[in-house]
Design a protein around this ligand. Structure first.
Ligand SMILES: Nc1ncnc2c1ncn2[C@@H]1O[C@H](COP(=O)(O)OP(=O)(O)OP(=O)(O)O)[C@@H](O)[C@H]1O
Length: 281
């Protein structure tokens, strides 16, 4: 592995979400959300489908303006998207299909007029970090879904963000690839040191990755519900008794919110809808 291209890549930003309301027209999506995230922390946002996880993430990214309250990153108010906050989406289609993986990775630095030699060093470093050095000259269309997500992550890392926002980045991957990517992301985060906010509806994924798991209530007017410390050594195993105990707490927490949503939709049949399918727990 080459040396990190700059000291900036080794530190993350703190994030403050302060009494944030977000509305779409007259629809109150998120209400009174407050959350403090430490520099370099890995936080997962977990909640029932449609509760407002992506909306809150988009407010931190600067894509959506809060109707009330404020978001601060590194002590500065977020008013618009910024290269210091990298966003990884669920689909690898965010890559430019006509550019090679390497060209995609250096695209941001090139736009910022980073000198050519340094762009090359950034690409070498981050392509190696995500395990894609061998595919640097391939087009995104020639990559598997997992490789495209790695390329997307390398492209974000090459901008040396202090905060990475990930919106169900592994949601479209098959179970095996997803598992590999979780282990890889855990390793990359420990190596790169950015703050990460990661949206998922997968309890197991949150427990494998997060320092803290933040749950949200069902919307409308979704709120931060609980914050769970995951003070367990890494890499983690979901079969570890402490992990399994937290898994059950989270399953019950989210299950209660899913029930509320189903009731509101008139779909509840009295059956416990605790989320299945994530890791079969
Ligand atoms: N641009 C928009 N315009 C109108 N309503 C929106 C918009 N974006 C999101 N919403 C609504 O806000 C609520 C929260 O949506 P959001 O996508 O944040 O939920 P989520 O928790 O990320 O869902 P999922 O887990 O299914 O991706 C939903 O009711 C959604 O329909």
């Amino acid at each position: 592995m080459t040396a990190a291209p700059s000291a900036r890549s080794a530190s993350g930003s703190e994030v403050r979400v302060d009494e944030v309301d977000i509305a779409f027209g007259d629809f109150p999506a998120v209400s009174g959300a407050s959350l403090d995230i430490r520099a370099g922390e890995f936080v997962c946002l977990l909640g029932p489908s449609g509760c407002g996880k992506s909306t809150l993430l988009n407010a931190i990214a600067g894509f959506v303006a809060p109707a009330a309250g404020r978001v601060l990153v590194g002590g500065r108010p977020v008013t618009k998207p910024d290269v210091s906050r990298g966003v990884v989406f669920q689909s690898g289609e965010a890559l430019f299909p006509w550019l090679t993986v390497r060209q995609n990775v250096v695209f941001g630095p090139k736009m910022r007029k980073v000198p050519k030699a340094r762009r090359a060093a950034l690409a070498d470093h981050y392509l190696a970090m995500v395990g894609l050095s061998h595919s640097a000259d391939r087009l995104p269309g020639e990559l598997s879904g997992g490789m495209r997500q790695r390329a997307q992550l390398a492209r974000v890392l090459a901008n040396e963000p202090t905060l990475i926002l990930m919106d169900e980045p592994f949601g479209a991957l098959d179970a095996q690839t997803r598992q590999v990517m979780q282990v890889e992301l855990d390793r990359i985060w420990r190596e790169a040191g950015q703050t990460i906010v990661f949206v998922t509806h997968d309890i197991g994924e949150a427990l494998l990755l997060a320092d803290r798991v933040v749950t949200m209530t069902a919307g409308p007017s979704a709120r931060i519900k609980e914050i769970y410390e995951v003070a367990l050594p890494r890499p983690r195993e979901l079969t570890d008794p402490d992990c399994a105990r937290l898994y059950r707490l989270l399953r019950d927490d989210i299950g209660a919110e899913v029930t509320k949503t189903l009731r509101a939709q008139g779909l509840d049949d009295g059956h416990d809808p605790a989320i299945g399918g994530d890791h079969g727990r």
